[in-house]
Structure formats: structure tokens, C-alpha cells
Design a binder for this molecule. Structure first.
Ligand code: G1P
Length: 288
């Protein structure tokens, strides 16, 4: 079984839900307390043993390249002043382990992933949707890699949500269940209200076999007129093992304003430096 060495991060989206904050600033670099959202996803990948990060970017996303580069002046000045540079850990990846490709047109998540096909080559790979923020120990992807080592094939993260929210997500048609593992019998992207096969959705973490790239090559448009990753994955079911894994941890949907603010609140309250003060502030605000 080939190990998971590469990960794709689709980061080309315009982030219109967060305008005007996203007019210049990529939403993937919004901080949750003091780390950019995308940094948490890269940290998660590194913890899972993934070596090469492939960012599918677009125009106006140059700041992401700078974030993962060496900031020479900053590091030099910090070293001169004997400041602790460990806060920059994980931001400067090994030369060659950080790859950028551009998705020229917003044709959908499936198309964004397909843009990385030549870099993925013939290896299984991971996908992280960085606005889905996963907090867990071990991390979500570490748990998924463990499941992959047992089951092989394709593993998607699976999450139970209220049935009425399913039209916003990719949804699993479940087969047998064995602890956190669910057999995936089918997948449907953004089912109309009342038609979802379950309330088990895809919250943005995937381990896929490279054959999905061949399927995406000719994939017709699906929900919302976009080339959907979910539709391509659905075509692999029956041909390769396909399982969902319920993750032991907490998920924040940072693609929504409420989820993003909740993540900031939760991490601030748990923060070793500011947690206690934040709790006092929150109690004061609630009492007002
Ligand atoms: C995408 C995927 C969907 C998944 C969701 C998770 O949808 O297409 O299957 O459930 O991310 O956030 P989007 O949020 O880009 O519409």
C-alpha cells in the first residue's frame, strides 16, 4: 500500500461570503486567534506525515505563497533580537515541498483538484478544504491515515449533522457501520431538501486514489453547474474500497461567519495565554 505523501489544498475561492474582508485578503489566511486557517490545515497534514503540500490557487492569492516562504527580513531581525522563532514553525516548508498551481476559472471543486493531477501522478493523496477547521488529538487526518492503513482504497471524513442542513453538503449513502467506520454505498452532492440518503455529510477531508483524476478529466457538471468532486468519487464506489470515518474531535465550519467566530471564541477561551482573561470578558459581555 502506497503511503499518503501529498495533499491538495483548494484555495482559489473568492470568499464572497466574507466581503469586504476578502477583497484583498485570502479567506484562507484569516486568523483563528493567532494562526491562519490554512496554517492549521497544513499543521494537520504535517502531523499525519504528509510531506508535499499542493495549493490550488487563483489570482489575488499571492499572499499564500509568501506565508509559506522564508520571510528573510523578519527572521533576521528576530534572530538579532534573540526573539523566539518557534512561532514560525510549520510556515516554512522544506524546499520543493510547497507547490502552487492555478485554477484559472471557478469551475468547481472537482476541477480545482484536477488542476493538481500532474503533481499527484500515480499516488493516493489527501485533500483538505481549509475552511473546514478540525480540532482533534490526534488530528483528523492522522485518524484518517490510520483508517487508511487498515482499509486501503478511499476514506472520506464523515460527520453527522441535522437533516435539514444536508442540502449544503456532499452526503453519504451509508452501508454497514463498524465503530467510526461506515461503508460508503453512494454519494450525492447537495441533495434537494428532503431527499438526502442520510445526515452523514462530507466535512472536507479526503484520502483518495489517483484514479479520481482520470474520472475528473471527463466529469460533466453537476450541482450548481460546477464540476463536483463528489460526483467523481461516486463513480469509484464498487470499483475500489470506499469508507467514511467519523472523526473524534470538533469541527468548525469556518466557511460561515457564525462558524468562524465560534472557532475564534472556542480557541480563545482555551488559549494558554489569554484563555482566563477571555472567559472573564465573555462572562462580562453576556451579563450586559
Ligand atoms: C464542498 C463540497 C461538499 C462538502 C463541503 C464541505 O462544498 O462540494 O461535498 O460537503 O465542501 O464544506 P462547498 O462548501 O464548496 O459548496
Amino acid at each position: 500500500m502506497k503511503p499518503i505523501r501529498k495533499a491538495v489544498f483548494p484555495v482559489a475561492g473568492m470568499g464572497t461570503r466574507f466581503l469586504p474582508a476578502t477583497k484583498v485578503m485570502p479567506k484562507e489566511l484569516f486568523p483563528v486567534v493567532d494562526r491562519p486557517l490554512l496554517q492549521y490545515a497544513v499543521d494537520e497534514a504535517l502531523e499525519a506525515g504528509i510531506e508535499q503540500m499542493i495549493f490550488v490557487t487563483g489570482r489575488g492569492k499571492g499572499m499564500i505563497e509568501d506565508h509559506f516562504d522564508m520571510a528573510y527580513e523578519l527572521e533576521h531581525t528576530m534572530a538579532e533580537r534573540s526573539k523566539d522563532r518557534s512561532v514560525l514553525e510549520g510556515t516554512r516548508l522544506r524546499p520543493g515541498d510547497c507547490v502552487f498551481v492555478r485554477q484559472q476559472e471557478p469551475l468547481g471543486l472537482g476541477h480545482a483538484i484536477w488542476c493538481a493531477r500532474d503533481i499527484i501522478g500515480d499516488e493516493p493523496f489527501a485533500i483538505f478544504l481549509p475552511d473546514e477547521f478540525m480540532v482533534g488529538s490526534p488530528s483528523c487526518m492522522t485518524q484518517m491515515v490510520k483508517a487508511y492503513e487498515k482499509l486501503g482504497g478511499n476514506i472520506v471524513c464523515a460527520l453527522e449533522i441535522p437533516m435539514e442542513a444536508t442540502p449544503s453538503y456532499g452526503v453519504i449513502d451509508p452501508g454497514y457501520r463498524d465503530g467510526p467506520i461506515t461503508e460508503v454505498k453512494g454519494l450525492v452532492e447537495k441533495p434537494p431538501a428532503g431527499t438526502a440518503p442520510s445526515n452523514l455529510i462530507l466535512p472536507g477531508r479526503y484520502i483518495l486514489q489517483p484514479e479520481v483524476m482520470r474520472i475528473l478529466e471527463t466529469q460533466a457538471t453537476g450541482a450548481g453547474g460546477e464540476i463536483q468532486l463528489t460526483d467523481a468519487m461516486a463513480q469509484m464506489i464498487g470499483k475500489q474500497p470506499f469508507h467514511g470515518m467519523t472523526f473524534d474531535g470538533k469541527r468548525y465550519d469556518c466557511g460561515s461567519k457564525a462558524g468562524f467566530v465560534e472557532a475564534n471564541l472556542a480557541l480563545a477561551l482555551a488559549h494558554p495565554e489569554i484563555g482566563a482573561a477571555m472567559r472573564a470578558t465573555a462572562e462580562k459581555l453576556l451579563a450586559e
